[in-house]
Design a protein around this ligand. Structure first.
Ligand SMILES: [Zn+2]
Length: 355
């Protein structure tokens, strides 16, 4: 624990966020906008966002869900399917509608049924994206039934990502929500053009949180949390100052009834307390001087964006914070991530200038 009690940082960005739609969007958009300047918005709605018209309409719904006067900027993405046309991707990128394209292997996670089964079918799109230097965001898990769920990221690196990078060496790629030490090592082995987002929850929980003493659906997410050794590798990467690792919360709200049932959904809602939790982790690791890089600078740099103009102030309180256990969403509620550890830090202000 450091003696530092207040911190000022460039306003952070969230490079992997699910805002959903409808009541849920209206419930969670302002929560992300309270801390983050920008967020890369995942396109896995039902149906997914696969063309320019879909991107524009979804962006408009997000803007309408934000509080009046909010400067939050959604960085939109397209959902890659085997039918996606290179011309549509180029049109969206050139018009400034999208910042990236998301690849879901079919069946990998929530609403990924329209994802990609045969990688060769998307080669023409990847070729065009490489020419445009438009980032490909990958959900890095294979979905074959014969691969153990805890091994799916590592197998993806070997069997999908490495061949893809050899074929498209200049295509910028983000390995989204990296969860294994093999993933961390793989990103570190690349000279350029490869980065990884890291979530708050994968920095905090290992698979015991989900499975020991009873099954806890609120800690179920995809990629699933792994062993402690992997969590430690993620924490080491995030706090190392390495520019290839940056925050993407993967905050993924589901209504309570969709989490707590016979086949509960994957996803953890962390938008409300991700910044507080991460600051506590960096403090505990003696790495507060590297926090701004991880949450505010490395990701923007990878995407070729300037740092946010605003700043945030964080304060270390003398007693641990009590986060709300749920937030309302329409007629339902969403469970807020319980980090299971004392978190003394909180975001207390957003400012136009430092100090
Ligand atoms: Zn996600």
């Amino acid at each position: 624990m450091s003696a530092t009690r207040t911190l000022e940082l460039r306003q952070p960005d969230d490079f992997h966020l699910h805002l959903r739609d409808g009541d849920m969007l209206r419930a969670v958009a302002s929560i992300s906008a309270a801390h983050f300047g920008r967020a890369v918005i995942m396109p896995n709605l039902v149906p997914p966002i696969t063309d320019c018209a879909g991107v524009e309409a979804y962006r408009d719904r997000i803007m309408a869900a934000l509080p009046l006067g909010s400067s939050f900027e959604p960085l939109m993405t397209l959902y890659l399917t085997e039918a996606t046309q290179p011309a549509e991707v180029e049109r969206a990128a050139v018009a400034g509608l999208i910042r990236a394209v998301k690849l879901y292997p079919a069946g990998a996670t929530t609403n990924s049924a329209s994802g990609v089964r045969d990688m060769e079918k998307i080669f023409p799109v990847l070729e065009r994206m490489q020419q445009l230097a438009l980032p490909l965001l990958v959900h890095g898990e294979v979905t074959r039934r014969d691969v153990d769920i805890f091994d799916r990221e590592q197998v993806f690196l070997e069997q999908v990502l490495e061949p893809l990078r050899q074929r498209f060496p200049a295509l910028p790629i983000v390995l989204e929500h990296v969860t294994t030490r093999q993933g961390v090592a793989y990103v570190r082995s690349a000279d350029s053009g490869l980065a990884a987002t890291v979530t708050a929850h994968h920095l905090i929980i290992n698979r015991n949180a989900m499975l020991v003493g009873g099954i806890r659906p609120d800690y179920y997410c995809l990629p699933v949390a792994k062993r402690e050794t992997h969590r430690q590798a993620l924490l080491e990467a995030a706090t190392s100052g390495d520019r290839r690792f940056f925050l993407g919360t993967d905050s993924a709200p589901h209504a309570r009834e969709a989490k707590l049932c016979e086949c509960g959904c994957a996803g953890i809602f962390t938008a409300l307390n991700a910044m507080a939790c991460i600051t506590q982790l960096f403090d505990d690791a003696g790495a507060l001087d590297r926090l701004e890089g991880f949450v505010s600078l490395h990701g923007a740099d990878f995407y070729g964006l300037p740092p946010n103009r605003k700043f945030i102030r964080l304060q270390r309180e003398s007693t641990p914070q009590l986060f709300p256990s749920v937030v309302p969403a329409g007629t339902d509620t969403v469970r807020v991530f319980d980090p299971g550890m004392d978190v003394f830090w909180q975001v207390v202000a957003t400012m136009d200038i430092a100090g």
